[in-house]
Design a protein around this ligand. Sequence first.
Ligand SMILES: [Zn+2]
Length: 148
Amino acid sequence: MKVHLKQIPTEGLHLEGDEECPISGLEEEGIRCAGPLHYNVDLGVTSGALWASGSLSQPVELRCVACLEKFVHKIQVTAFAVHTELCGPEAIDLTPFMREDLLLNLPAHPHCDRDAGRVCKPKQIETYEQDTKRKLDWSALDQLKLKG
Ligand SMILES: [Zn+2]
């Protein structure tokens, strides 16, 4: 998202809209863009620096660490803030700042049931496996008893 400094009036500028997902190329990490970035940002220039503040929202497809199912999660950056010195160029690219804030707000261990309305299925399988294992342990004990 490039902003031309000439376009920013002294009282500031409000920008809201959609833009191409800035965190593409992370498919190997299990992160895939699931739609455009939505931004709602105020911009201004004061004493040789550009500031921006607002919110970002980016839907991404993640892989659940528990069931390995893919699910869509919306990264919400509620306090997007930038303050950067202006050193020459007439346009500032906010994309790297947005990318960084989105990545910081990514869940480190995504669970598909973190957002309400979805049940992580393998948890049930996991419990079932644990039960089976417990039964096996008991049968091993029983065999020991028989031998004794
Ligand atoms: Zn899951």
